[in-house]
Design a protein around this ligand. Structure first.
Ligand code: BGC
Length: 248
């Protein structure tokens, strides 16, 4: 079965039909740049462009980089235009896509769902935490394979600051940190998350997961196993489609 998945990120809106049996893209993905300001209206136009590129007429799952309740309503918007807060994103996207059925899910949760099913978290029980390091820090918390949605662990306080402001990969780029320096920040962040949840496994996702060999060796003193994500940049698209499949 195929469902369309869209990943709405700080820099791009990416999408493709997803083969749900294989947990992979059924066609090469298509991307448009995220508009600035990233208002609901302009992002919805970007989403339409991506979906229309494939001539898709079926259910669509979308990620959003903020708290999303009931597959529909946006509650927070840390790194996108604040006018998203309280928007019924399901209604907005469905209307813009000519009435297609739509499900919206937090981007960290979507990546987590995909990794638990098809990637680094497959068959893992206990407490598993996936963290995505990008513009912000996304999180997905699982207990025996069940998602606790909207965990928002990127906004824990670290050194008196929002953790994602110190330890996201954007912070690494903006402050031109070496891998080692940034890894120390990530280590402090992981130690804090570990103190709160004592996970069995951390899965490290986001664009940096491709470069895990550059920073994971610097991370020490964490009890939990730490592994890079396996689906890498497509986890959001795949997870969004999976959520849309279970919603429909
Ligand atoms: C948002 C999360 C999101 C993460 C990654 C954070 O700023 O609050 O909802 O998952 O960024 O995009």
């Amino acid at each position: 079965m195929q469902i369309f998945g869209v990943d709405i990120g700080g820099s791009g809106i990416k999408g493709a039909p997803v083969d749900l049996d294989r947990g992979d893209l059924a066609q090469e993905r298509f991307k448009v740049l995220t508009p600035h300001p990233s208002t609901p209206d302009s992002v919805a136009d970007g989403v339409r462009e991506v979906v229309e590129h494939f001539g898709w007429r079926g259910p669509v799952g979308l990620t959003f980089p903020g708290v999303v309740t009931d597959g529909a309503t946006i509650r927070t918007a840390a790194n996108v235009d604040k006018s998203w807060v309280d928007t019924d994103a399901r209604a907005l996207f469905s209307e813009r896509l000519g009435g297609l059925p739509v499900t919206v899910v937090n981007d960290g949760d979507a990546a987590g769902v995909a990794e638990m099913h098809f990637g680094a978290g497959k068959d893992r029980r206990g407490v598993v935490i996936l963290l995505t390091f990008g513009t912000g820090i996304g999180s997905a918390l699982f207990v025996d394979g069940i998602l606790v949605p909207n965990s928002e662990l990127g906004h824990l306080e670290l050194h008196g600051q929002d953790a994602e402001k110190r330890a996201s990969s954007k912070a690494k780029d903006d402050e031109e940190l070496t891998w080692e320096h940034w890894a120390h920040r990530v280590q402090k962040y992981l130690a804090h998350v570990e103190m709160l949840f004592t996970p069995d496994l951390f899965i490290i996702g986001g664009g940096v997961s491709r470069k895990a060999h550059k920073f994971l060796p610097f991370i020490e003193g964490i009890q939990a196993e730490i592994v890079p994500a396996q689906l890498q940049n497509n986890a959001g698209i795949v997870g969004a489609a999976m959520r849309a499949a279970t919603d429909g």
